[in-house]
Each structure stands twice: as C-alpha cells, then as structure tokens.
Design a protein around this ligand. Structure first.
Ligand SMILES: NC(=O)c1ccc[n+]([C@@H]2O[C@H](COP(=O)([O-])OP(=O)(O)OC[C@H]3O[C@@H](n4cnc5c(N)ncnc54)[C@H](OP(=O)(O)O)[C@@H]3O)[C@@H](O)[C@H]2O)c1
Length: 258
C-alpha cells in the first residue's frame, strides 16, 4: 500500500501531526513530508521527534519537533503559535495521539479510564481549539484545509473489554461528523479515519495482563496493517481536490474478521 501517490502534491502546505513519535503518526509525518508538506511533529518523547525530524530533513523535507503533552491545553496553543511563526499557517492537522488501555469494567482501572478520556477526547479537543482558526483562515484564503482525526473501528464495533476506549473513539468519530457540518461550509474538510489492527506500540501500554495477552494474540494471528498503510490512506485524503472530502474511511487488514 505504501507510496501509491507520486510527486510532491503537498508542496506549499503546512502539516501538524500529533502522536508523531511512533506508529501511525510517525509514518504519516514522514509521508506528508515526502509529498512536499512542511511538517510539525508533536508528542512527548523528544528524542523520537528529533530523530524523525532529522530523517525528514535528511530526505530533503522540512520538519519542526514539538515536544508536548496534548492534554496540556496551553502547551498546544503555544505550539500552534510556534508552527505559524516557524513554518507558516498550518492547513493540515492530523489529530492522531491516542492510547488504548483495554480492561474489564469490573476491574475498575479508573486511572486507565481517565488517561484514555484525557488523551483521546480532551487532547483532541485541545488540538482542535488551537488549530481550527488557522484551518478556517487557510480555507478562506482559497487553499485546501484538512482536519483528520485518527479514530478506530472500535468506534462502532462491540468488542469486549474495549468499553472506555471504544467510547472515546465513538466520541471522536461522531464529533468529526458534527464538526464537518460547521467547518465544511467554510471549506475545511473534516475526516475520521478508522483503522483496524495496525502493528504499532499501541498494545504495549495495556496494564491488564489478560487484555494484554488478548491484544498480542490478535496481532500475532493475522497480517496486520503497517503504519505506512494508514499513512498512505491519510495522504490520499489530503491530495484530493479541495471540493472532495473523504469524510470517513475504514481500513482493515484483509484477514481481520471483526
Ligand atoms: N494500532 C492500532 O491497531 C490502531 C487501530 C485503530 C486506531 N488507532 C489509533 O491510532 C492512533 C495512533 O496510535 P498508534 O497505533 O500509532 O500507537 P502508538 O505507536 O502508541 O502511538 C501513539 C502516539 O501518541 C502519542 N501520545 C501518547 N500520549 C500523548 C500525550 N499525552 N501527548 C502527546 N502525544 C501523546 C505517543 O507519543 P509519546 O508517548 O511520545 O507522547 C505516540 O506518538 C491512536 O489514536 C490510536 O487510538 C490505532
């Protein structure tokens, strides 16, 4: 799937990718940069961001590392100002940082519940709040503008032990539909991408040993998507003509049943 799109169709665009220190976010940032966008990469692990920015620069691209925690609203607002100053007005935002901490409800892993809500819901809203004025301004100036949220197939499917994670992703998918009503008429495209199983660090953070084994078994049993597969799909959304909004995309490994 990787590298279906050719050339540098994103020349002149300024992208921001959150959760860019690993997995889908890192692959997406690298791909958007290869397609010509200047890319700001945000996450907490500064070393990973510095390495990614160095790789992008070495390949001839432009990257800005933004070490931050997206649950810190003020840090995200400051980062938006920094992107505008250093790279120009952002017109492509991939709100991708997220965590999946699955467990049975009755285990009452309330800290895990809170972490997922803080990052997958509040973090996304912090990013929206900081960048939506730039997206609206970019669209008003006549260019393309994209807000792309990484949701999950868990948003709609009934999966045991996924209740809080699924709830956060259901919020994100439905919020994306509603945001599109208001932003679409201003020519800002809003998209939710809903991947199935992707081979990333996501399952490594699960604190419940049984749920952790469940994830490891699922990942081992089939050929999963790679982060590059999802990155190319996100890139495809961004290179569509300005009047075309691929609003909801589900991407599954062929062998994934549910
Ligand atoms: N892998 C899958 O099967 C799958 C399926 C569907 C949807 N997704 C979604 O895809 C997105 C990316 O996940 P991934 O699979 O690529 O997993 P990943 O490799 O664990 O990536 C998660 C990213 O989020 C960042 N992050 C975590 N907490 C953060 C915080 N407080 N502030 C800023 N960044 C933070 C992490 O960086 P730091 O730790 O450096 O902050 C990391 O870069 C998530 O929203 C996930 O729910 C994944």
């Amino acid at each position: 799937m990787s590298q279906v799109i050719a050339g540098t169709p994103l020349d002149g665009r300024v992208a921001v990718v959150t959760g860019a220190s690993s997995g889908i976010g890192a692959a997406t940032a690298e791909r958007l940069a290869a397609l010509g966008a200047k890319v700001a990469v945000a996450a907490r692990r500064k070393e990973n961001l510095d390495e990614l920015a160095a790789r992008i620069t070495a390949a001839g691209g432009t990257a800005l590392a933004l070490p931050l925690d997206v649950t810190d609203r003020h840090a995200v607002t400051a980062a938006a100002r920094r992107v505008a100053e250093r790279l120009g007005r952002p017109d492509l935002v991939v709100s991708n940082a997220g965590v999946q901490l699955i467990s049975p409800i009755e285990d009452l892993r309330v800290d895990d519940w809170q972490r997922q809500i803080d990052l997958n819901v509040t973090g996304v809203m912090n990013v929206l709040g900081a960048f939506v004025p730039h997206l609206v301004a970019a669209a008003a100036a006549g260019g393309p503008a994209d807000l792309i949220n990484t949701s999950s197939i868990a948003a709609a499917r009934i999966l045991e032990k996924f209740s809080v994670y699924s709830g956060t992703k259901a919020y994100l998918s439905h919020f994306s539909r509603l945001a599109r009503v208001e932003l679409g008429r201003k020519m800002v495209r809003v998209s939710a991408i809903e991947p199935g199983m992707v081979d990333t660090e996501l399952p490594d953070h699960v604190t419940d040993p049984d749920a952790s084994k469940l994830m490891a078994d699922l990942l081992r049993d089939i050929e999963c998507l790679s982060p590059a597969d999802v990155a190319e799909t996100i890139a495809f959304i961004t290179v569509a003509p300005r009047h075309v909004n691929l609003s909801e995309i589900t991407i599954l490994p062929t062998a994934q049943a549910v």
